[in-house]
Ligand binder design. Structure first.
Ligand code: DP6
Length: 346
């Protein structure tokens, strides 16, 4: 029997992955840049056991649904094929954050699963190799493997598409406040969004623009230039939504476009623009859902939370994160999955 436990944070894209060059390998159409979110953690144990008749997958204390279990098994097969392991595995995974709050648990889940499974199978993979492995489970998972601020180099094949750290966690004292609302529209999975993206008349324009956006966001991070970061990151998120709203998901012939935003989302975006007009440096970004991620520098956290309390008192969930570390192995009793002092979930 061989076992290993690993943990990883989800990550928030500042420049988004939207559209795929190779759906089978999750090779993206464009590069992306993200920051790991210290306020949320997935911890996963993998045990290979010759006595098991089949792989078993538990998520948050219960057997995983069939689709999730299948995705995990396919991923375990990748590791076993590489390591020459024939035993079945038990996978036990736990998220310390609620589902459906707008942080991609698949990113932290496949980053932690990749590290735990590879280690239990006796593989010792470099950060690059682990990022490549995690990408095949969920595209954005490749960005939860390296530390801090991360860039995913899109590449053109399996070996060249991986994420690397741009700067460590302590490079810039940024905070991300993830805000989720209770009334959420029914989710359109990002897989459908990726597939539908090329049907938008604005998709090629977005890809063209992303090259400039990547350079701008990379430079802003390296220079810790919040003013340069904020408008660029907001425009980038709105560009993803412009493509989503004008794309035609094949499986939903009744929709004119994908609308991820809820009324509360739009209300908060207006509030953020007002805060900035009034001199509070804060930015928003959005993923494929109604939640809003607010970004500010550490010393302004209290002010932003106060403004948020006034603008969105009825929000369902708030998670505060610092830039987080990349996926790590958990030793027994090291308490590695405990939230850090400034992280909070309410
Ligand atoms: C909008 O295909 O990685 O978050 O469905 O979680 O596997 P999962 O998502 P993935 O797409 C992520 C899309 C995005 C933008 C981003 O994170 O870059």
């Amino acid at each position: 029997m061989a076992t290993a436990t690993a943990a990883a944070h989800p990550n928030l894209a500042l420049v988004k992955y939207w559209g795929q060059r190779d759906p089978a390998l999750n090779i993206p159409a464009n590069g992306s840049i993200s920051v790991n979110l210290s306020g949320a953690t997935t911890t996963t144990s993998v045990t290979f056991d010759a006595d098991l008749a089949a792989d078993t997958v538990y998520l948050n204390g219960a057997p995983a649904d069939a689709e999730t279990a299948h995705r995990v098994r396919v991923h375990l097969d990748r590791v076993c094929a590489r390591a020459g392991v024939r035993d079945c595995a038990q996978v036990v995974s736990h998220n310390d954050f609620p589902a459906d709050v707008g942080v991609a648990s698949s990113a932290s889940a496949f980053a932690a699963l990749s590290l735990a499974a590879a280690t239990a199978a006796g593989l010792s993979l470099s950060t690059q190799a682990l990022s490549i492995l995690a990408r095949k489970g969920s595209g954005s998972a490749c960005r939860s493997v390296p530390d801090g601020f991360v860039e995913w180099l899109p590449g053109c094949d399996d070996a060249s598409s991986y994420a690397r750290s741009l700067a460590p966690c302590d490079h810039w004292d940024l905070r991300v406040i993830t805000v989720a609302f209770a009334t959420t529209p029914k989710a359109v999975p990002s897989l459908e969004g990726h597939q539908a993206a090329p049907s938008s008349p604005f998709y090629q324009a977005r890809l063209h623009e992303v090259m400039r956006t990547l350079a701008g966001v990379r430079d802003a991070i390296l220079a810790r230039d919040f003013d340069a970061l904020s408008l660029t990151v907001e425009r980038e998120a709105l560009s993803l939504h412009a493509v989503a709203m004008t794309s035609r998901p094949a499986a939903r012939p009744w929709v004119s476009g994908i609308l991820y935003l809820a009324p509360e989302t739009v209300q908060l975006l207006h509030a953020v623009q007002g805060w900035r007009r009034d001199g509070l440096p804060v930015a928003f970004t959005l993923d494929a859902g109604p939640s809003v991620h607010l970004i500010c520098e550490g010393p302004l956290l209290r002010q932003v939370l106060d403004a948020l309390d006034a603008a969105a008192p009825d929000r369902a969930t708030t998670i505060v994160s610092r830039p987080g570390r990349g996926a790590w192995l958990v030793q027994e009793n090291d308490g590695a999955s405990a939230p850090s002092d400034t992280s909070c979930i309410s």
